[in-house]
Design a protein around this ligand. Sequence first.
Ligand SMILES: Cc1cc2nc3c(=O)[nH]c(=O)nc-3n(C[C@H](O)[C@H](O)[C@H](O)COP(=O)(O)OP(=O)(O)OC[C@H]3O[C@@H](n4cnc5c(N)ncnc54)[C@H](O)[C@@H]3O)c2cc1C
Length: 457
Amino acid sequence: MPEFIKKLISDFGPNTVQTGEVLSNRAASYWDPTPIAAKALIRPKTTAELSEILKKCNDAGQIIVTHGGLTGCAKAADSTPKHIVISTDRMSEIEEIDEIGGTITIQAGAILETVQQTVAENGFYFPLDLGARGSCTIGGNAATNAGGINVIRYGMMRNHILGLEAVLADGTIISSMNKVIKNNAGYDLKQLFIGSEGTLGIITRVIVKLESATRSCQTALVGLNNFSDVTAFLNHMKTSTGSRLSAYEVMWGNYYQAVTDKNGHKPPLDRKYPYYVITECTGSNAESDEDIFLNTLDEAFKNEIVLDAVIPKSEQERKSVWIVREGFEPILENNPIFLYDVSLPIKHMESYINNVQQGIMETWPGADCYVIGHIGDGNLHLMVCPKAGDESLHGKSDEIVYGPLKDIGGSVSAEHGIGNEKKAWLSHCRSQSEISLMKSLKQTLDPNNILNPGVIF
Ligand SMILES: Cc1cc2nc3c(=O)[nH]c(=O)nc-3n(C[C@H](O)[C@H](O)[C@H](O)COP(=O)(O)OP(=O)(O)OC[C@H]3O[C@@H](n4cnc5c(N)ncnc54)[C@H](O)[C@@H]3O)c2cc1C
């Protein structure tokens, strides 16, 4: 065992600094069951302890990768035997709910779903929600500026955070634990760490703003004939339901068919439609909200925008609708499979997807490109399955998917970040001057390049 690791064990104890079997029993990520590669796994209990650990690593030039719930989709938490992994899993307390101000103070390792439940038990609502809710952490959500299904109404993680504490590479604790919406006293330093994928500091605590609990929820899964109807229905929902519209998730027909085939989920709606949308409204008056929702759907039927619909009558039925959108395991069984998270103006989406699907099918006959998206946010997720070959096809697939984005004002990352996976494409959607400024921030905050080195650029 390296002397440096022995010294860390003697300084911080074997509960905090772990090696050997502990590492071999820990999966590399949600996507990769192989054991993590690292010199050691460090699990600090407090910000002060983390600060001391980072100071020692910085002085020794020891490279680090931070682990939250390991559900990230951009390979930003990958480690090698040269890394020390720092996990936030022992810093997971909910420290305070301020019922008067409507805020919650949470340690970085808290699991999103636990936070959602605690908030609901206290009569509030925390709107960040994504399929990985049972495993992802608040620190990871902040470090990736996570999005998810309610962004159309409430915004991304950045929009919820009022205060944040982080530890810099040299151990300096930056505590911006602000609780109020307005605070223009100089630079808003928390923004540096939100979406920085662990490259500028390790987030230890956040204060997030809570929303009032909603008292009603109406959901529908609808089938539509073409993409113009998908956008017409989006605008109709926005106009007619106003601020109640909380989710608008589109699924291309081939995705719906793939996840509801004989080995998949029970289809809540006939499998014949070219497009499907799950839409959800929440509000504060169950009776009038339901009337508005049903009248809005009725109008869409009368105007022949929507061809068919299922309206769940219970929470269980609602879940059986959402599982079609969130449970894409039947597609993940394809190997190789390349997952994408792009954003682009809605007006270009139909032709962009048609071109990408054509490019994929011409390159690999028999291939499939499944598409879902949070289209109100301009965000599409593509799942490219060449149906033959191996990982070596990834580069070609990237060219087909990312290539056209520059000319139509798109981004290679809508919500998952750049990580190790998309570095080569950063300059496709960020200018050289933007990248230079990002690099100088990195150099200023982490001059020895010990925090997630190689992530983003
Ligand atoms: C089924 C599924 C559905 C998903 N759906 C969505 C979705 O709808 N929207 C969306 O945005 N994402 C989605 N994701 C991706 C993922 O859940 C998010 O990126 C999430 O925010 C990652 O949190 P994590 O705790 O798992 O972070 P990790 O995967 O552990 O880490 C991600 C990055 O953040 C860094 N990091 C983690 N914790 C900290 C910290 N405390 N301080 C500094 N850096 C840190 C890591 O080093 C790494 O760079 C989904 C993933 C899955 C598996």
